[in-house]
Design a binder for this molecule. Structure first.
Ligand code: ZN
Length: 220
């Protein structure tokens, strides 16, 4: 849900955070807000980290291929240098910028800009993923989105990694991750897969019922 914006002081900026797991629609929501600003003839600029080269170098593209032109930058500091006269600044895949993004977002808001930050709030082990938790604390508005658990259909709060890797960032989409709820989330699954364990061949766990297998809606 988009925050109700009350802007008594026309020169005041603010920060909005859109967070959640992968496939929760963060980029779609970012694009929706930016398109509305464009319709209101506000100048928008979108930044994304160069590390996220999944789809295009120049566009913010969500999994449903809804696209807006963006600028790829190496660091959060570059956003300040390249933002120009934009009224509304969108920052996608914000988890890749690190804590430095907090300083940049604060500076943009201080300059009177509306700053919309979209990113993952947890990593593949379910740990808070900076800078999003810190950004949520300093933001005026926070929207947490959910995907749908591919195992049981409940609202999904976690990004389940499906490959064995200890890297905190593995860029990819449906081939690497799937959304899972708290009950179905298994942070060690990637390691089990590398050891020959799969969702249909799970590690035996005493007293724990395996999740139902036949309910597996596909998520796009
Ligand atoms: Zn589930």
């Amino acid at each position: 849900m988009e925050p109700v914006i009350y802007r008594a002081d026309r020169s005041a900026g603010w920060i909005e955070v859109i967070c959640g797991s992968m496939f929760s629609g963060k980029t779609e929501e970012l694009i929706r807000r930016l398109r509305r600003a464009q319709i209101a003839r506000q100048r928008i600029e979108i930044f994304k980290p160069t590390v996220d080269a999944r789809y295009s170098d120049e566009e913010v593209v969500s999994h449903d291929e809804n696209a807006l032109s963006s600028i790829a930058v190496d660091s959060a500091e570059q956003i300040i240098l390249m933002v120009g006269s934009a009224d509304v600044v969108g920052i996608d895949e914000a988890q890749f910028f690190g804590l430095e993004l907090l300083t940049s977002a604060q500076e943009l808001a201080r300059q009177g800009k509306r700053v919309i930050v979209a990113g993952l709030d947890q990593d593949y082990l379910g740990r808070p993923f900076e800078p999003i938790p810190q950004m949520m604390a300093i933001a005026e508005h926070v929207t947490k989105l959910h995907a749908i658990c591919v195992v049981c259909g409940a609202p999904a709060n976690h990004s389940q990694r499906l490959t064995a890797s200890d890297e905190r960032v593995v860029v990819g989409a449906t081939d690497v991750y799937e959304p899972r709820c708290r009950n179905c989330f298994d942070p060690g699954l990637g390691r089990k897969i590398s050891e020959g364990r799969t969702a249909s061949n799970p590690e035996p766990e005493a007293g724990v019922q395996p999740p139902p297998k036949k309910i597996a809606p596909t998520i796009k």
